[in-house]
Design a protein around this ligand. Structure first.
Ligand SMILES: [Zn+2]
Length: 538
């Protein structure tokens, strides 16, 4: 799979929406008289309506309507529109992103935008975010506009979300450089914020404050905290493209989590430059709300066919594994012929359909409460994504803070499920069990158990032991493999929890019935308050 800079669902019983406090990120009132366009006086704010893991469905209010997040902003090149911006809504786009610096540099585009606004320039009625030229700065190292000028320009052309000219510090640079560039970014963001304030927020443009700090988590955190104190409407996490291009998903996870930790949980977060559907689920589960995609066009130009499971080269496709309108009306040969003839619009359209299909699936998973299961499946598409998943598991303690306590059925999808927030939460609450008398811990019922024991606990991986009465409640009603022993990881977590439970209750006398083969059973058997360990088929 290749990545570029911005440029199967299991349905369970529904669970009630978890309300979340709204956040008002600063009112934006008044009118910009620079050009005559449909402008709305708005109260800018972001509300969260549903949550799952650290992901959420939200509503971002802009001068051109309400955007439901998570979503992707297709990148629109103001010079060449492969797919006209006015047609992007049919794929699911509610907001697009374009580059203010490109418009600023081109006298013709600049005049149109200043005269009639960026919405007229792109012929798009929905919300438009504008990038400031930071990308050009990262490529050419110098551009001929100041941050103030480009922010002011974004205001003047009627951008719905504007971005100051931050410094996109690449990964792995020395801490000193990352820290000094981060300071410049914060200063420029602060100046942009003052600029908006000096106008009495005299336009409806939301202002983004981009989190930088390279691959130094402490700097990302510090930057996010500083920007948060100033107060922006949207927080892009910047300069992650080099990580994506090099499949460094584990580092991407660290950058996102460090940035998120410095921000209010209620703030909308944009993973700047991330546009491949294969990583959306992971990024959303970590709390990213906005993505931007130039990938749909850049990949198409290269003959590449996007799916949420990775990228195919058109040359390798015998069949089209998709049912979007393009794939339903083309064979792989036809798509290849079009491409060979220099027409890659159908391929770009498929790429957009595949991109928004994944976003809709992610939102449905959030509603159903099984986003993490989607993440576990998606991260099996590439070994480096699996690295990303494993790194995310290292942050389970943080994710757990946002994860709703009650959800739909827990589906065990592989050894990583043993590290899920629900399992960790159960382990943390083991000391709530107060046991005495004779206690049976068993993987399945044994004859006459009710007469022989004061208390009976189910043993189920990856949780451990819990009262049989809770067997049908969440999360213990988990769907786990039945015809085989649990994975070693799942059994380790479960038996580790059993061992702790036994040690926490020295006055109880335990009998354990378990047919698994695992070294922890020996340790459990050595506890003074364990009578015997039986295999259930005895
Ligand atoms: Zn398709």
């Amino acid at each position: 799979m290749m990545w570029d800079r911005g440029l199967n669902l299991l349905i369970h019983a529904p669970y009630p929406a978890i309300p979340d406090p709204k956040t008002v990120l600063g009112p934006c009132t008044g009118e910009d008289k620079t050009f005559k366009d449909r402008r709305t006086t708005i109260m800018s704010h972001f509300e969260i309506t549903h949550k799952d893991s650290a992901g959420r469905i939200g509503r971002l209010h802009t001068g051109h309507g309400r955007i439901e997040t998570p979503t992707v902003m297709p990148v629109v090149n103001p010079n060449i529109q492969m797919i006209p911006a006015s047609e992007l809504t049919k794929f699911g786009a509610e907001i697009v992103i374009t580059n203010a610096y490109i418009i600023y540099q081109n006298p013709e585009l600049k005049e149109h935008a200043l005269d009639r606004g960026v919405h007229s320039l792109l012929d798009f009625d929905g919300a438009i975010m504008t990038d400031s030229g930071s990308y050009q700065l990262s490529v050419y190292h110098d551009i001929d506009v100041s941050s103030e000028e480009i922010v002011r320009f974004q205001q003047m052309i009627g951008s719905d979300i504007g971005v100051p000219l931050d410094i996109p510090t690449p990964p792995d640079v020395p801490r000193e450089r990352a820290g000094s560039e981060m300071k410049t970014t914060i200063e420029r963001c602060e100046a942009a914020h003052r600029l908006m304030g000096s106008d009495g927020r005299a336009c409806s443009m939301l202002l983004a404050g981009t989190v930088q700090g390279s691959t130094h988590p402490d700097l990302r955190y510090e930057c996010a905290r500083s920007l948060s104190k100033i107060g922006f409407d949207v927080y892009p996490v910047g300069a992650v493209v080099p990580l994506l291009v090099n499949y460094r998903f584990a580092d991407m996870v660290d950058v996102i989590v460090a940035s998120k930790k410095g921000l209010s949980p209620a703030a909308p977060v944009h993973l700047f430059g991330a546009g491949h559907p294969a990583m959306f689920a992971l990024a959303v589960a970590l709390g990213c709300d906005l993505f931007d995609s130039a990938a749909y066009a850049l990949y198409a130009r290269d003959g590449r066919y996007l799916t949420a499971d990775g990228t195919y080269h058109l040359a390798d496709l015998k069949y089209l594994p998709c049912s979007c309108p393009v794939c339903a009306s083309h064979t792989a040969d036809e798509l290849r012929d079009e491409f060979a003839g220099g027409n890659y619009i159908s391929l770009a359209e498929h790429n957009l359909y595949a991109t928004f299909e994944e976003i809709r699936l992610i939102k449905q998973c959030i509603i159903e409460g099984n986003l993490w299961e989607l993440v576990e499946r998606r991260c099996r598409a590439h070994p480096r994504l699996l690295d990303g998943l494993k790194r995310a598991i290292c942050h389970t303690g943080w994710i757990e803070r946002f994860d709703p306590i009650r959800k739909s059925t827990f589906f065990y999808c592989g050894s990583e499920s043993a590290s899920r927030a629900e399992v960790r939460r159960f382990a943390e609450r083991l000391d709530r069990f107060d046991l005495d008398g004779t206690v049976l811990i068993r993987t399945r019922k044994i004859r006459g158990e009710a007469d022989r024991f004061d208390c009976m606990l189910n043993l189920k991986a990856p949780f451990g032991a819990y009262p049989v009465e809770l067997g049908e409640t969440y999360p213990f009603n988990a769907e786990v493999p039945e015809s085989s022993e649990p994975d070693y990881e799942a059994a380790s977590v479960a038996l580790g929890n059993v061992l702790r439970l036994i040690r926490l209750n020295p006055d109880a006398m335990f009998t354990v019935v378990c047919e698994w083969k695992h070294p922890l059973l020996i340790e459990i058997g050595a506890c003074p308050n364990v009578g015997e360990i039986l295999s259930s088929n005895k």
